[in-house]
Write a protein that binds this ligand. Structure first.
Ligand code: ZN
Length: 79
């Protein structure tokens, strides 16, 4: 830990810690999405819309690799 000589960095450290926590949360949910996508790869449903079973399409998957729905059925999973 690097506390400033005057203790003036406390507020900054708190802000950094909060931001890091938010980022960790976002990273975890991104990781969840990826793990779900990998499970779909494993069972052969990756790249298919969970609503209609049609292929989601390379363009959409490229933009949102963890997408679970085609463009017609409302797009990528949150996160
Ligand atoms: Zn669909």
């Amino acid at each position: 830990m690097s506390a400033g000589p005057l203790g003036a960095t406390t507020r900054v450290d708190d802000t950094v810690a909060a931001t890091a926590g938010e980022r960790a949360g976002a990273a975890r949910s991104a990781l969840d999405s990826i793990e779900r996508a990998l499970a779909r790869v494993a069972d052969g449903t990756y790249g298919r819309c969970e609503e209609c079973g049609e292929e989601i399409g390379d363009a959409l998957l490229e933009a949102a690799p963890a997408a679970t729905r085609c463009a017609r059925h409302g797009a990528p999973a949150p996160g």
